[in-house]
Design a protein around this ligand. Structure first.
Ligand code: NCD
Length: 306
């Protein structure tokens, strides 16, 4: 079983066994990070970010630097030849002349797939429009597994923008492969999951509701998301929906004592800051796990072992 030379474009690209292998590597890194300090010495990671990012880009860059490798890239397209009209295909062909592995985030669905098609180096999708975000999914799965011990037999609430939220689309697809996962999809009517996701859910145990507080007692995991302002056609619709769900301590009153509150971040208003000190708040540990799983991923795609 080897992931060497592969791309990661969508949440089902790797088998459950391959994902388990990444989890084991990530746990090894968490246990003794110093053993990995030179694992990727001599390798270069390119980060091509055509959309804003804090966690994804920094965690990839931190991951490569902590493995002893180096990083080049841009964090906004105006700083690259994209602003002159260069195609993604030409940009990646150039980038692969200088680097060993590339991470790409782009507002258009399928952009990373186009890049992977022409590139000879591994390409990682760090978010393509409202479509997929598979490394966030690896982060989310690792976080749930570390906390709950396994990925089966859990009830997962997903709340907020289920229409445009790519982290939601990817996480649903990934969790559907595990046994006994139930979904409670909480959103305003306008932001329900797209038809293709509902199709994937057709044989699953799921409910759709607008009632967050009423759903709370059943949940083992609550995955909050921000309303994806940048995917709206007009500001008015966004303003109308943006504060529909705000998780606060009052809403948590009937929640389980071992509920995991997750969020891919950035948060806008969907989780009140008072929740941060509750022991069930997992969103910052989740962000940290993102770096460890990306370290494991980079090593695997480069075929590096320690
Ligand atoms: C998410 C994204 O970019 O889709 N952020 C992230 O990578 N952690 C979620 C979001 O932007 O709302």
């Amino acid at each position: 079983m080897s992931l060497q030379g592969r791309d990661l474009l969508a949440p089902l690209d790797f088998s459950i066994e391959e994902i388990d292998m990444l989890f084991r590597e990530a746990e090894g890194i968490i246990a003794s990070p110093r053993d990995y300090a030179e694992a990727c010495k001599g390798y270069l990671l390119a980060t091509l970010f055509y959309e804003p990012s804090t966690r994804t880009r920094f965690s990839f860059e931190a991951a490569m630097l902590k493995l002893g490798g180096q990083v080049i890239g841009f964090s906004e397209p105006n700083a690259s030849s994209a602003s002159k009209g260069e195609s993604i295909a030409d940009t990646i062909r150039t980038v692969e002349c200088y680097s060993d592995i590339a991470v790409i985030r782009h507002p258009k669905e399928g952009a990373a797939t186009v890049a992977a098609h022409v590139a000879g180096i591994p390409v990682i999708n760090a978010g393509d429009g409202g479509h997929h975000h598979p490394t966030q999914t690896l982060t989310d799965l690792l976080t749930i597994k570390r906390q709950k011990g396994s990925l089966g037999n859990i009830t997962v609430g997903m709340c907020g923008d289920l229409k445009f939220g790519r982290t939601v689309h990817s996480l649903i697809a990934a969790l559907l492969r595990y046994h006994g996962v139930r979904f409670v999809l909480v959103s305003p009517e306008e932001l329900k999951v797209p038809e293709y996701v509902r199709e994937e859910l057709k044989n699953a145990d799921y409910t759709e509701t607008q009632d967050l507080a009423g759903s709370m007692p059943d949940l083992d995991v609550l995955y909050m998301t921000r309303v994806q302002k940048e995917r709206f056609f007009n500001e008015e619709d966004y303003v109308k929906l943006k504060d529909r769900y705000i998780l606060d301590m009052a809403k948590l009153e009937n929640a389980k004592s071992d509920l995991m509150i997750m969020h891919p971040l950035p948060r806008v208003n969907e989780i009140a800051p008072e929740v941060d000190k509750d022991s069930r708040a997992m969103y910052f540990p989740q962000a940290k796990n993102g770096m460890y799983i990306r370290m494991a991923l980079i090593m695997a795609l480069l075929g590096v072992t320690v």
